[in-house]
Design a protein around this ligand. Structure first.
Ligand SMILES: *[C@@H]1O[C@H](CO)[C@@H](O)[C@H](O)[C@H]1NC(C)=O
Ligand SMILES: *[C@@H]1O[C@H](CO)[C@@H](O)[C@H](O)[C@H]1NC(C)=O
Length: 636
């Protein structure tokens, strides 16, 4: 091994010439791949937010509501403060704690969603004296070192444009979890300019009820997905055509960490829907126990199932929040107004003006984004709607899948106009601001082509985003209790089964289920295929009560409300198997037990033929048995 050089030295390794500074550090790095330096130090990167150095206490925050204020140890031999993050949080070491040391130094790693209002995010700048190529070692941090851009197209009168797009989302939209914006783009709020929110654990919430469901998997993983883009900010232009590409991880776009990954169907819709439901009279207790604590037939939890159902994400520049949050809706207060209000001159505000133009172009393409993601949106909404259809509440105060569909339809119907009017408002406000700077001697330069070109906001067909409306009966909704009659006696009086029945959510949005249990995770009517059990039974089914663990399909029912609403309607019903309505015979045991077997088929003749075969098979046990025709009525 050669000695450590004491002067600047050139060495040749495998035909590559490397210049070493005194002490042996390579000058013209990076070292070619394939060449390693024994004993060299690999730089490591700690992305912790740095607290304000003069602080006597440090505030740590994490969404949705974690805040802790910790005093800074007063001398170098004071014990460090050991701080625990929000429940479920994990840092890069796999722990949930970190230390605050003398001098406001942070020991260990902050979990990614913990921020410090007023803190500074370290940026990845190259070491002093570095002359080689430079890749940001932490792609999620914002690099101060502006990426040198090769494809500039500026007219002679325009200074070189910045490649990075640097507009934060409007501050109204920073609470993504409550309001449904993207989970991932870092933002600063105007009140605490450097306060940062970072990758949250995914969660859904009903904020007014303090209900939160947090994904056990922890922080959001930014992964593969479809990237929707109108193209890069450079060259400055007028394009608003949305194109899609599949990416394996976060696309770079106009700068590392700038493209947001967002849920096509917002997590925040759960909050919006149930907030509307509470103002319509549903109590928080009802929502907590009947929805979020509901146990599904497979034993899993409904709150977590709803959260998981929504986890479909795409990559898109931030432009959607104002529409889904229904804010910044007027011509006088359009999206990004605050940024436009800071325009002072065409030169000092050049970057911001060009960012606003790029934002306005993205907003113009937002309708295409909604249209392009309609299939994903509708499929996600359908998963949520079907989950809500599984629920049987303890009191029949809301027909959740029906209300959800109506609510979503009403909401999304406002989006096309929400997209086009806001894009127009942004543009008009932009032109008005530019006009306040413009004078005859100082016209708007060509570096801002949108000013004279205008925007043409795109729209979409909102109905494509909405799953089919449930066709569930509007009387005796799940949670209604009553008796069941199976026919009439010789005097014409109904013959009742000896039990209390519940109308149950079946998970189907056309039919309910029924049973003596309080949901389909409990005792309820199921179907047992008799095709191979007795002669003449092909296509016939026995209806019986059982638990989901027995493995039979739930028997669904039609309910004839006879045009009436409310939960006090005596409603005839039939069983439905594979969407086919069945007619049924009763095989009365006639052994003094007052019990019977229910045997159903697509028509009454087939039901009787199968019941007769079954009766022959059990004649040893029930010699007095006989078959009658069933007609079921639910009596609440
Ligand atoms: C900080 O507290 C956690 C428990 O909350 C503990 O596991 C950890 O060892 C503590 N760290 C130090 C350095 O005291
Ligand atoms: C009843 O509806 C549920 C939910 O759609 C479905 O899983 C089940 O198979 C249906 N039952 C029958 C027997 O068709």
């Amino acid at each position: 091994m050669p000695p450590v050089p004491t002067t600047t030295t050139s060495i040749v390794i495998a035909t590559v010439t490397i210049t070493l500074a005194p002490g042996g550090t390579p000058i013209n790095g990076p070292v070619p791949s394939g060449i390693s330096q024994p004993g060299a130090t690999t730089p490591t990167w700690n992305a912790n937010v740095i607290p304000p150095t003069s602080a006597s206490s440090v505030t740590f925050t994490a969404p949705p509501s974690y805040t802790t204020v910790v005093p800074v140890p007063t001398s170098s031999n004071s014990p460090p403060q050991n701080i625990t993050g929000p429940p479920g949080d994990k840092n890069d070491d796999g722990g949930d704690w970190w230390l605050l040391l003398f001098g406001a130094v942070i020991g260990g790693f902050l979990p990614h969603d913990v921020g410090i209002p007023g803190g500074i995010t370290p940026t990845a700048a190259p070491p002093v004296g570095w002359t080689g190529g430079w890749d940001d070692p932490d792609p999620t941090s914002t690099s101060k070192n502006s990426q040198s851009s090769t494809s500039q197209s500026s007219t002679a009168s325009c200074p070189v444009a910045t490649a990075t797009y640097a507009l934060d989302d409007d501050s109204e939209n920073s609470d993504w979890a409550g309001q449904g914006t993207d989970p991932d783009r870092r933002r600063s709020s105007p009140r605490a300019e450097a306060s940062l929110e970072r990758r949250d654990p995914r969660h859904i919430a009903v904020n007014d009820c303090s209900i939160v469901v947090i994904n056990a998997a922890g922080e959001i993983r930014l992964g593969a997905g479809t990237y929707y883009s109108i193209g890069l900010k450079l060259p400055i232009g007028l394009g608003t055509v949305l194109s899609t590409t599949l990416v394996s991880s976060r696309p770079v776009g106009n700068g590392k960490g700038l493209v947001a990954q967002e849920h096509v169907f917002e997590l925040g819709y759960i909050d919006q829907f149930f907030t509307v439901a509470t103002s319509a009279g549903l109590s928080c207790n009802w929502i907590q126990s009947n929805v979020f604590n509901f146990v599904r037939a497979d034993g899993s939890n409904m709150g977590m199932a709803l959260l998981n159902a929504i986890d479909t994400r795409t990559w898109f520049i931030q432009a959607k929040s104002n529409v889904v949050n229904q804010n910044k809706a007027t011509a006088a207060d359009p999206p990004q107004k605050d940024k436009m209000d800071t325009f002072t001159s065409f030169t000092t505000s050049q970057d911001k003006i060009q960012d606003v133009e790029y934002f306005a172009r993205n907003f113009a393409a937002l309708g295409s984004y909604f249209g392009g993601t309609a299939d994903v949106f509708r499929a996600t909404a359908l998963r949520v709607q079907n989950l809500l259809a599984e629920i049987t509440p303890d009191t029949p105060d809301a027909n959740l899948p029906v209300e959800f569909n109506g609510w979503l339809r009403g909401l999304v119907a406002t989006y096309p106009a929400g997209c086009t009017s806001r894009a127009t408002n942004v543009y008009n406000y932009y032109v008005a601001k530019m006009n306040t700077i413009r004078t005859q001697a100082n016209p708007v330069p060509a570096c801002f082509p949108l000013y004279s070109a205008g925007v043409n906001p795109q729209s979409f067909t909102f109905a494509n985003l909405i799953p089919p409306a449930p066709t569930l009966p509007s009387c005796d909704i799940p949670g209604t209790q009553g008796r069941v009659s199976v026919g009439n006696d010789a005097q014409g009086n109904p013959v009742f089964e000896v039990a209390t029945f519940h109308i149950l959510g079946s998970g189907n949005t056309d039919f309910y289920a029924i049973g003596t249990g309080t949901s389909i995770s409990n005792l309820h009517h199921i179907v047992n295929d008799l095709s191979t059990s007795y002669p003449n039974c092909v296509g016939s089914f026995q209806i019986a009560q059982n638990l989901p663990s027995a493995g039979f399909a739930t028997a669904n029912i039609t309910l004839n409300c006879n045009g009436q609403g409310g939960n006090h309607v005596n409603a005839p019903f039939t069983y439905v198997v594979n969407n086919q309505v069945l007619q049924c015979a009763l095989l009365n045991k006639n052994d003094g037990s007052n019990t019977f077997f229910t045997i159903c088929a697509p028509n009454l003749g087939a039901a009787h033929a199968c019941a007769a075969s079954a009766m022959a098979a059990v004649s040893g046990t029930y010699p007095q048995a006989y078959v009658s025709t069933a007609s079921f009525i639910f009596w609440p």
